[in-house]
Design a protein around this ligand. Structure first.
Ligand code: NAD
Length: 541
């Protein structure tokens, strides 16, 4: 029951802690890491608030030490998925009608818990099982997740305030109902915050959810479940299942009550899911909402008016942070011939300084790639580049999976702008650079725009405002997040709403009101105070 128009706390971005030597946050996260690393976690599925342990288990091993087992998680049979669906639907009546303040309070409380007592645990789980260094874990698993919860509460109330005009004698209202049915959230391995946000954004708007985290993010997913529980999320609102993605998706997408897909992951998987939803369309009670943020082949383009050191720094950070496993990571660059030697010199100096190893050693900038499949794929492209005539590996190029899935930050020079690594998403610490003749800068923009199917992020570097304007226009459809004189990664909730178009996604901008709108179905209510009693209009006279 509401007895007031309540304002929610004004959202501000969570400050990023420094983790400098001897800081309390560094001591705490490393102690937590050690304890979790040496323990054995047993991760159940969560259906109706119950812990489901099937005994059908898979091990969790850190990518940087893949023979070491830190725990296990239990995977589903079809019956578990069916029970997750029926449980979610049973929880819907209460959850969809509870006042929005109660839902907001749960996620605001989750944000406060994460800023405090859950911070070290969420970061440590992300460092261990997703191989992120402490800074990458902090900006993702702590800060971005906190920001998602806080800003989404604010955006929800902004949406609610959007109301129609009313002519004299009537009152028009719109109410933002949750979707009728349940939402299916499928999350990727690479961002703990995205994993939390996919089910949470839908749940905040009053929806019930079946969430399938990535196998490679199960450890931090369990911390998210604990966080939601402590914040007061009722049983059955977000149900978590692990296991065979095809069986789980087949079961869920066959349900007549399936009403929305909130997906982040690779382009191929999303397109297949879309196709499956299309094939099942006559089954559903309502047209499902389909939101997907998918792959990228993100670019850095430089003009000869740009500063070579700034370009090199954008490449080093943009391509190699988190081993290039950010959807926004720079993986192709276009550099004019006249400044290439200078860019190369700075880049070489920087890349040669990067240390690689376990996240427990905080001096490591680079850690391991997520799993063997990814390692083998990236290594095969590096091997091919070493042999191919139209490519040259100029930095890095070594890899070793004996202890962890380590791949050196690698720079490939391509003679052809359509060379395989200029156009294929590798999702690893590899960037390919194409050198263009200075005077052909306009043609090079065409290459940036047309060489790949993606349009996620991209960056341009120039000091010349005419060039900046022309390049921005030429590339207006080449990226959903477009950066001028900055690296193409590091979007912050509330500041740079994130998402791409073309084969990179539906561009519904995670961490924005646009995204939340997809999880509502508006009901317009028109009330007439004095109803007419004469059917005749004046024109009939
Ligand atoms: P992925 O597509 O392999 O997996 C994503 C999720 O889909 C996982 O939960 C996985 O288990 C599930 N899945 C896999 N096959 C499936 C199937 N046949 N049916 C249903 N679900 C299935 O992606 P990933 O390796 O976890 O993440 C990397 C990819 O995600 C990259 O392509 C990256 O660009 C993309 N990504 C995009 C964004 C963005 O905002 N655009 C953000 C993060 C990651």
């Amino acid at each position: 029951m509401t007895r007031g128009f309540f304002n929610v706390p004004v959202a501000t971005n969570e400050p990023v802690k420094s983790y400098k030597a001897n800081s309390p946050e560094r001591n705490e996260v490393l102690a937590t890491y050690k304890a979790m690393y040496n323990g054995k976690v047993d991760i159940p599925m969560h259906i109706n608030g119950e812990e489901i342990k099937t005994g059908n288990i898979r091990n969790i091993t850190p990518p940087h030490d893949h023979k070491h087992i830190v725990g296990q998680y239990h995977i589903a049979e079809k019956t578990h998925v069916e029970s997750a669906i029926s449980t979610a639907l049973a929880a819907r009546a209460a959850w969809s009608s509870v006042s929005w303040m109660e839902r907001a309070s749960i996620f605001l409380k989750a944000a406060e818990l994460l800023a405090g007592p859950y911070r070290a645990k969420m970061n440590a789980a992300t460092m261990i099982a997703q191989s992120k260094n402490v800074f990458q874990a902090e900006i993702d698993a702590a800060c971005e997740m906190i920001d998602f919860f806080k800003f989404n509460v604010q955006y929800m109330t902004d949406i609610f305030k959007d109301q129609p005009a009313s002519a004299p004698g009537i009152w028009n209202r719109v109410e933002y109902r949750p979707l009728e049915g349940f939402v299916y959230a499928i999350s990727p391995f690479n961002f703990t915050s995205i994993a939390a946000n996919l089910p949470a954004a839908a749940a905040l708007m009053g929806n019930v959810v079946v969430w399938k985290p990535s196998d490679h993010q199960a450890y931090s997913a369990q911390v998210i479940v604990d966080l939601f529980k402590e914040a007061g999320l009722p049983d059955g609102v977000i149900n978590v299942v692990y296991g065979d993605p095809v069986m789980i998706s087949d079961t869920i997408l066959a349900s007549p009550d399936f009403s929305g897909l909130h997906f982040t992951g690779s382009t191929f998987v999303f397109k297949e899911l879309w196709k499956q939803i299309g094939n099942n369309i006559h089954t559903y009670k309502t047209y499902p909402r389909i939101v997907g943020e998918t792959g990228g082949k993100d670019f850095i383009w430089a003009h000869n008016s740009a500063n070579p050191l700034q370009i090199a720094t954008a490449i080093t950070r943009g391509a190699f942070e988190y081993q290039g496993q950010k959807c926004s990571a720079a993986s192709r660059a276009y550099i004019p011939a006249s400044i290439w030697n200078s860019v190369k010199e700075h880049l070489t100096n920087q890349v040669n300084e990067l240390k690689m190893g376990s996240p427990e050693d905080t001096s490591n900038f680079v850690n391991a790639v997520i799993h063997e499949g990814s390692f083998d794929k990236i290594a095969s492209y590096i091997d091919a580049a070493k042999k191919d005539n139209d490519a040259e590996v100029i930095l890095g190029g070594n890899y070793d999976k004996s202890v962890g899935y380590f791949i050196e930050p690698t720079v490939i020079l391509a003679k052809s702008p359509t060379y395989a690594t200029m156009t294929t998403e590798l999702f690893g610490p590899v960037i390919t650079i194409y050198i263009y003749e200075d005077e052909a800068w306009e043609d090079s923009l065409k290459l940036v725009d047309e060489s790949t199917e993606y349009a996620l992020t991209g960056a341009i570097f120039s000091k010349d405002r005419y060039i900046v304007e022309k390049a921005s226009k030429a590339l207006e459809n080449a990226a959903g997040n477009f950066y001028i004189n900055d690296k193409p990664t590091g979007a912050v909730v509330g500041q740079q709403p994130f998402g791409g178009a073309r084969a990179s996604g539906t561009n519904d901008k995670a961490g924005s009101a646009q995204n939340l709108l997809r999880w509502t179905s508006v009901r317009l209510i028109k009330e007439t105070f004095v109803s007419p009693e004469d059917y005749k209009y004046p024109f009939l006279g």
